[in-house]
Design a protein around this ligand. Structure first.
Ligand code: ATP
Length: 454
């Protein structure tokens, strides 16, 4: 764990946010903020107005806490308060968690009227093309150049943190560059659902429809979260049809194919298949190095080649985690005032193992333990038999492989007799859900976990 003091912590926070936020936002939210105290992993920050306090409470506190956890493994709590509010740390040793501040007035009920929020960093220029994303990249460029013509809708699917959002934003940026007056809208499926619900509550459905149906490009991220939302799906169906009929471009993303999303209406599934579905798979070693090199250059950090290779060798499945590892190494170097080297990187990333993932634990070891525990064979775990006495152990073995190793979904699928990554997602979800209620399963999985982590 790193020893953080108020000054270095604050310095690190403002440096990070000055890079990730656009200059106007950074100035608005951080300019007037003042760090007050950092005790017991709680950071108190004074901000000038209730609106600032609400914004910090809703958005920034969590983001800062995530950032610090990512780079140091330390879970901190951030509290934003007005200078006139009492300091919760002043009189007590125990840390009080902030009351949820109502943001009814600030959280503009017509959030669907907000301007497009495209992340400046997610452009084609900053996207590294490799084997796993080549097709997705080409399709993205094609629709950015000729929206509504080639592939409508364009549907990206694949594992977490592999660049789906990045490509969607890049399409938006490119289209705006070609046609500055184009109306581009990026939302997650959850924001779409929230906008829709709040439009009903505020009786502004007409406005909602006008807004969503008048865009030139609609980008909807993570549509697997439409599962279960019947009313939202209904509304989205009409939005989709209106845009499609007008030859407006629609781009969607999900962690799996449309027909694998549970409870997604058939008519949406069939529409989503009208265009082109492309998957994004994890980057190979060379691409991971190229991504790290680009990122380091963008941040003006110099890192020896062997250190880049070392980091690229540590994380193979998720680019967000790969970038997180690089950030962690950078932070470790700046906080310990030591230049970046491979041994420093090893030291910095060693602490990452707090997540419980062990580099020594492999999928075959997990399969072996699970097979013995349930008196089945390893061939059963890798096979296709659908009897319950085999299916459950197989799903448990996949679940534990996902939880306890850093292996990517496709890799896990491969090790289980060449199954698809969505089978692994499904197994993981199934077991995770059953663990909420099934006490026998809880006991068995806990025993296995304990044996494996011994
Ligand atoms: N090919 C790439 N080149 C450069 N950076 C990349 C590339 N792919 C992904 N990244 C970066 O990795 C991070 C995660 O990517 P992104 O958020 O687009 O993933 P995602 O597939 O949308 O994940 P999720 O399923 O969690 O929504 C981002 O910071 C993004 O810029």
């Amino acid at each position: 764990m790193l020893n953080l003091d108020l000054d270095s912590l604050w310095q690190y926070i403002i440096e990070s946010f000055s890079k990730s936020l656009n200059p106007a936002s950074y100035k608005a939210w951080f300019g007037p903020a003042e760090p007050v105290q950092y005790i017991d992993q709680t950071l108190i920050v004074n901000v000038p107005t209730p609106l600032h306090r609400d914004y910090w409470t809703q958005k920034l506190n969590g983001q800062i806490s995530d950032l610090i956890q990512e780079v140091s493994g330390e879970k901190i709590t951030v509290l934003a308060k007005l200078p006139s509010d009492p300091n919760p740390l002043a009189n007590s040793e125990s840390v009080t968690t902030p009351k949820k501040v109502s943001v009814a007035e600030n959280n503009n009920s017509s959030s669907f009227l907000k301007e497009t929020q495209l992340n400046d960093r997610y452009t084609f220029d900053t996207f590294v093309v490799g084997k796993g994303n080549q097709l997705a990249h080409a399709a993205a460029l094609a629709v950015a150049e000729e929206p509504g013509v080639f592939y409508n809708p364009l549907f990206f699917y694949g594992g977490v943190g592999l660049g789906k959002t990045h490509l969607m934003h890049a399409i938006g940026h490119q289209m705006l560059e070609n046609r500055p007056d184009a109306k581009v809208k990026y939302v997650t499926s959850e924001s779409f659902a929230n906008d829709f619900i709040s439009s009903i509550q505020t009786k502004r459905q007409e406005e909602f429809r006008r807004e969503y149906r008048s865009v030139d490009l609609l980008l909807v991220d993570d549509i697997q979260f439409f599962a279960d939302k019947v009313g939202t799906q209904e509304e989205f169906f009409h939005t989709f049809n209106a845009l499609y009929d007008d030859k407006k471009q629609i781009v969607l993303s999900s962690d799996r194919l449309p027909n694998e999303i549970p409870k997604l209406q058939q008519r949406l599934v069939s529409r989503f298949k009208w265009g082109l579905s492309v998957d994004i798979t994890p980057p190979d070693f060379e691409t991971r190095i190229a991504i790290l090199r680009n990122k380091a250059e963008a941040e003006h950090v110099s890192i020896p080649d062997d250190t880049l290779s070392y980091i690229a060798g540590q994380i193979d499945s998720n680019i967000r985690e790969l970038e997180g590892a690089l950030m962690r190494v950078e932070a470790f170097s700046s906080m310990t005032r030591t230049p970046i080297s491979t041994s420093l990187a090893a030291e910095a990333l060693k602490n990452l193992k707090v997540s419980g993932k062990s580099s020594k634990l492999t999928i075959p070891i997990i399969q072996d333990k699970v097979a013995k525990y349930y008196h089945v064979t390893i061939a059963d775990l890798k096979g296709k038999k659908r009897v319950k006495s085999i299916v459950i152990p197989r799903q448990i073995a996949m679940y534990l492989s996902r939880e306890l190793t850093d292996a990517s979904l496709p890799k896990i699928g491969n090790e289980f007799g060449g199954k698809d990554h969505t089978t692994v997602i499904h197994a993981h979800e199934k077991i995770a859900e059953a663990l909420h209620t099934d006490t026998t399963l809880q006991k068995e999985v806990n025993e296995l976990r304990a044996e494996l982590q011994d």
